[in-house]
Design a binder for this molecule. Structure first.
Ligand SMILES: Cc1cc2nc3c(=O)[nH]c(=O)nc-3n(C[C@H](O)[C@H](O)[C@H](O)COP(=O)(O)OP(=O)(O)OC[C@H]3O[C@@H](n4cnc5c(N)ncnc54)[C@H](O)[C@@H]3O)c2cc1C
Length: 393
């Protein structure tokens, strides 16, 4: 076995038949994933799932989509979907995966060899857990108008400003973030840089925000004269917008994965079984429609994964995948509530047949997905202008 970026390369998984590979993944997950963490109704905290994620990392399975030369499993697009399906069927919760799905791939693409050596191994070992510092109070959809400033002082930047809606920042060890390095640039996009920092650097304060479901998943992050070494910049100074956009492409593919809708379908089927709805032909028809939507989505997702595997940059049409996946999840969440009958209006876990499920939690997870990674209205604008070539309103 060879070791790459600290990861033992057990074998080339692509050499296995699909069914054999799926069975190996299924069995290992079934033996190793803690049963009490199956199908949670909210994002889990690191204290709850960190041990499992470290176990996944030790197995060498934390980065199914990364190329083998960067310590990933290097799975083919079809095997990546199979891998995700096996996890989804057993209710494996999403972890704080911004290192694997977002910043890792852009460090591979835009980082130096030294940055690869410095930043990739601790992501693969589940030691560095990353948060995304993009949005600001006045810069969400209009991200390029961000105002967090970074002033150069010798070999360091001095950063002042604020980020908001930072998912699980209180669980992260590191944050990647966008700053304005040239306030006088002719276009706002031209003066932005992309930086990396430990989140416990002096001057960074993280404050959780309580959401509508009572959960504290999102945070505000304040920067007060935070010193960031210039060597922690990815890409050239003032060219961070290119890096930022590439990362958003990865984020949109990830949000567009059939994993979340597949997971929601498992839940609707469970509720329907318990309440005898599978005998109702109208209900069965609606469920079948959604199952077909998820299958179609899987096919489209595989196409984008194949593009990534060929080393191609993802185009603006990936917005379609993001809209489709999130609106499908929302439609499934609506059906979960409906299938639950009166229980669909009760917050928290409710008894459904022999088990307990948080039906409203499905809705609370589905709605924000239409906002994060760029709202669906913005995705429609991108398709209109950058894909269809329609004039800007
Ligand atoms: C659960 C969740 C997790 C998140 N996690 C992170 C994170 O980890 N890191 C991070 O940086 N950010 C994160 N975000 C923030 C997210 O990226 C922003 O909320 C999003 O980009 C929208 O920005 P905003 O909230 O400022 O809304 P605004 O930009 O103020 O938009 C408000 C409404 O107006 C609409 N709108 C705005 N402009 C237009 C337009 N030109 N045309 C049509 N409609 C428009 C929007 O679609 C939206 O409905 C998260 C958000 C959520 C909900």
């Amino acid at each position: 076995m060879s070791e790459v970026f600290g990861v033992e390369q057990e074998r080339d998984w692509n050499e296995l038949e699909d069914a054999e590979f799926a069975a190996i993944v299924r069995d290992w997950v079934s033996e190793n994933y803690p049963p009490e963490l199956r199908f949670p109704s909210r994002r889990l905290f690191w204290a709850e799932q960190g041990e499992w994620v470290k176990n996944l990392a030790r197995k060498g399975w934390i980065a199914p989509g990364w190329p083998r030369e960067f310590g990933g499993m290097g799975l083919s697009p079809v095997k990546q979907v199979l891998f995700a399906e096996q996890l989804e069927r057993q209710g494996v919760a999403r972890f704080q995966d911004h290192g694997i799905t977002q910043v890792g791939p852009v460090i591979q693409r835009f980082g130096t060899a030294e940055q690869h050596r410095r930043w990739l191994p601790p992501i693969l070992a589940a030691e560095d857990i990353w948060a995304q510092g993009y949005s600001e109070p006045e810069a969400g959809s209009d991200l390029a108008s961000l105002r967090t400033r970074a002033r150069r002082d010798g070999d360091e930047y001095v950063v002042d400003g604020q980020k908001i809606w930072t998912t699980l920042a209180h669980d992260a060890t590191h944050i990647y973030f966008l700053v304005r390095t040239d306030p006088d640039a002719p276009k706002p996009q031209a003066g932005i840089s992309f930086l990396l920092s430990p989140i416990d650097a002096p001057g960074i304060t993280v404050r959780p925000i309580r959401d509508i479901s009572g959960h504290e998943e999102l945070c505000e992050v304040f920067f007060d004269s935070v010193r960031v070494p210039v060597e922690n910049r990815v890409g050239a100074e003032n060219q961070g917008w290119t890096v930022a956009k590439s990362l958003l492409g990865h984020e949109r593919i990830n949000v567009g994965s059939p994993k979340q809708p597949g997971y929601a379908l498992e839940m609707v089927a469970a509720v329907a079984r318990e309440r005898g709805l599978l005998e109702d032909p109208i209900f069965r028809d609606r469920l079948a429609q959604l199952q077909l939507d998820v299958a179609d989505l899987g096919a489209a997702y595989t196409r984008y994964i194949a593009q990534l595997a060929r080393g191609e940059e993802i185009g603006p049409d990936v917005s379609m995948l993001k809209i489709w996946a999130t609106e499908t999840v929302a439609a499934i969440a609506d059906l979960i509530i409906e299938a639950g009958g009166a229980a669909g209006g009760i917050a928290g876990e409710v008894a459904i047949g022999s088990g307990e499920l948080d039906l409203l939690g499905a809705l609370y997870k589905a709605r924000p997905a239409m906002i994060y990674a760029g709202s669906n209205e913005i995705q429609r604008n991108i398709i209109a202008t950058a894909v269809l070539g329609l004039p800007r309103a």
